[in-house]
Design a protein around this ligand. Structure first.
Ligand code: APR
Length: 286
């Protein structure tokens, strides 16, 4: 059977679901002006964004990789929350969620490193009740880390900083985004360094070939989920790409919210094509 796009049917499933998860990707923040990795917007200068997100790329060209992450940090710093962030954050609060999914749990598992979902949650919690702040399971798990974390390559010290620019030498390089840009070469000792030991620091995100964060707790949450919302991800990078299938395999439902067709969406129970800042808002409205 092809997936349904009927919101009322989806709301009926929501009503009876007890353990809900959302697996989010770059499309969640697209409306906030943060470029996605694949498809339109996937190139930075002339580089495929993914070719820069590896330990090997950083080891061989730290100056270039830092310029790429500096550009993404600056974009994230300027970004405004969009309606999809707000809707998922509100849905994280039991007092709101229980109006449409009584007695349910909810965890947002995001691959995004921009911190926008955490910011939206912080804002939602400002006006929340005590019951909303008590947690029996995490409201959000940023499995690929956070772009504002800076991690020492020697002593592993991690510091969260939104400093803009993160160091003087990177200032202005965020504007060099054309294909034919001559990449400035920044000396190692001018790149961000550890505030504790002074060694070269790296962006504190999870790169390809590295282990995502919180896998134990994520596996437990996915194991018992009976509804998986897949929001703005191409579903091509594992393990996140496998969570919907796992939920379906143990009898749960899957609802995909994406601008376009994405990997595995024909297996989903629901498919809502369109900007998630609209579709998620409608699907989770109280
Ligand atoms: N609403 C819904 N979906 C959208 C929107 C939108 N407004 N805009 C774009 N999309 C969809 C695209 O159709 C695409 O399927 O978001 C998806 C973005 O896919 P990717 O760029 O592949 O991003 P993501 O799935 O998050 O990538 C996973 O790969 O590069 C690594 O570590 C990086 O976390 C990232 C991981």
């Amino acid at each position: 059977m092809p997936p349904s796009n009927n919101v009322d049917e989806f709301r009926n499933v929501l009503k009876t679901s007890k353990h809900i998860i959302a697996v989010a990707g770059a499309g969640l923040s697209a409306a906030s002006g943060i470029p996605t990795f694949r498809g339109a917007g996937g190139l930075w200068r002339r580089y495929d964004a993914m070719s820069l997100a590896t330990p090997r790329a950083f080891n061989s060209r730290p100056s270039l990789v830092w310029q790429f992450y500096h550009y993404r940090r600056e974009s994230a710093n300027k970004a405004h929350l969009n309606q999809a962030h707000h809707s998922l954050a509100s849905f994280s609060l039991p007092s709101i969620r229980h109006q449409i999914a009584p007695d349910s749990t909810f965890t947002l598992i995001t691959q995004n490193v921009d911190g926008l979902s955490a910011l939206a949650l912080e804002k939602a919690l400002e006006s929340a009740s005590d019951a909303d702040t008590n947690v029996d399971q995490p409201k959000i798990l940023e499995m690929h880390g956070r772009i504002f974390d800076v991690k020492c390559t020697e002593c592993d010290h991690v510091e969260f900083t939104r400093a803009s620019p993160i160091c003087p030498a990177l200032e202005g390089t965020e504007n060099l985004i054309e294909n034919n840009t001559m990449d400035p070469e920044i000396a190692l000792d001018e790149l961000p360094c550890c505030s504790k030991c002074g060694a070269l620091a790296r962006p504190g995100v999870v790169w390809f070939e590295e282990m995502p964060k919180y896998l134990d707790v994520i596996n437990q949450i996915v194991d018992r989920a009976d509804l998986c919302l897949v929001v703005g991800t191409s579903s091509t990078v594992y393990p996140a790409a496998g969570y919907a299938e796992e939920v379906a395999e143990h009898g749960g439902k899957v609802a995909v919210f994406n601008l376009d067709r994405s990997s595995g969406d024909d297996e989903a129970d629901f498919l809502f094509l369109g900007p998630c800042e609209e579709t998620i808002a409608t699907a989770l409205s109280v």
